[in-house]
Design a protein around this ligand. Structure first.
Ligand code: 13P
Length: 378
């Protein structure tokens, strides 16, 4: 069976690229006209226009390569319940915003699928409106079970055959990732990627981006409070080696890469405690557990060059909002709260881009990256 090759000649609107093109550059360590260590593109899940703008500003501050990701429920939110309409709003808005940008970016459908009727419609629309899609066919979300390898391969190959000729890159998933991201993306089950199946999956589907499951999880509770989350690094490296032998242009994706910023947690708890009897809310914050950055950093060096982060940025937003409400609960000006949460989001994105080594790619950073501090008290 032949595989569809990604059409690299397609011209997207100004400053927009297929995610694969930007991430491959990161895997090769290309920045400006120099080549160094691999870095990663955090794919920032956004759900609002404010989120899009904040991500764009963070990319521009650092001269970074950027991916802005939209889940199905985010698309529904933009379209007031209609994901297909939401994708049109996103397309028009980002196209205009990117035309004013100092850096190229990619737009990505996160956890699209080609299993149910609605999923099939959304992923087809995303191929027309975004520059990259995820075809997560390893889980049948409606029936809460893993799909067979055969179903996953067939459903993913169909998406690759539709998307690659249009220059749209595709991310597949092999294994089932646990955790809760939002109402449309959650799973109570989890299975590791089977390296035996990986070769067949990659060679038959032709996907150039793969999310293997190696122990990362979606959401704010990735492990037991006080314990370090342990990823299966050995399995990750086995899978990477195998994929690189098949095609060194294959990119690996770490989902559930939110690390949880302790200073953000402390800030939120301090504000909750001074807002009255919100001790149970503060206790929830205290129990959040993020992934272990040292392990993610090691994976980036080896080829996990797309790292998905959503939760930590939502936490930063909420912590900043709590601080704003605490400082004045009677200011009747939306812009006041918007400015505070916007700055917090930009800083949250800047922090992760610096951690991922993704700066100075398209131009020199506009700030001193060594001196940057994510601090909501400032
Ligand atoms: P987090 O919940 O760790 O932010 O992961 C998000 C994600 O993987 C989106 O696909």
């Amino acid at each position: 069976m032949s595989v569809s090759i990604l059409n690299k000649k397609i011209q997207f609107p100004e400053n927009m690229k297929a995610a694969h093109e930007l991430i491959l550059k990161a895997k090769k360590g290309e920045k400006g006209n120099k080549t160094g260590a691999s870095y990663a593109l955090p794919a920032f899940n956004v759900t609002t226009y404010q989120g899009i703008e904040a991500a764009m500003e963070a990319f521009e501050i650092l001269g970074s390569s950027g991916v802005i990701a939209f889940s199905n429920s985010a698309c529904k939110h933009f379209g007031k319940g209609d994901a297909l309409e939401g994708l049109e709003y996103i397309h028009e808005h980002v196209k205009f915003r990117a035309s004013k940008s100092s850096v190229p970016i990619a737009t990505h459908l996160d956890h699209g699928d080609n299993i149910g009727e609605q999923g099939r419609k959304v992923i087809r629309k995303a191929i027309e409106t975004l520059t990259s899609v995820m075809a997560d066919n390893s889980t049948d979300h409606a029936n809460k079970c893993a799909t067979s390898l055969k179903v996953n391969i067939e459903a993913t190959k169909e998406v690759v055959d539709l998307a690659h000729p249009k220059g749209v890159s595709v991310e597949g998933e092999l294994g089932v990732l646990a955790g809760v991201e939002d109402e449309d993306t959650h799973s109570e089950i989890s299975t590791y990627t089977d390296p035996e199946e990986l070769r067949e999956f990659l060679t038959t589907t032709g996907v150039l981006m793969l999310a293997p499951t190696i122990g990362t999880m979606h959401g704010p509770n990735k492990g037991k409070p006080g314990d370090k989350v342990k990823l299966n690094i050995e399995l990750a490296n086995t899978c990477l080696k195998l994929a690189n032998e098949i095609n060194p242009e294959i990119i690996f994706v770490a989902h559930g890469a939110s690390t949880l910023y302790q200073q953000v947690v402390d800030y939120a708890i301090a504000n909750l405690e001074s807002l009255g009897d919100l001790s149970s809310e503060a206790a929830t914050w205290k129990n959040f557990v993020g992934t272990d950055w040292n392990q993610i950093e090691g994976l980036i060096k080896n080829g996990f060059c797309k790292i998905n982060t959503d939760t930590e940025n939502r936490q930063t937003y909420l912590a900043a909002l709590l601080g704003a409400v605490k400082s004045t609960g009677s200011k009747i000006d939306i812009r006041y709260y918007e400015k505070i949460t916007y700055k917090a989001l930009v800083d949250s994105y800047v922090q992760k881009l610096i951690m991922a080594g993704n700066y100075g790619v398209w131009h020199e950073p506009k700030i001193n990256v060594n001196e940057f501090k994510l601090d909501l008290n400032l």
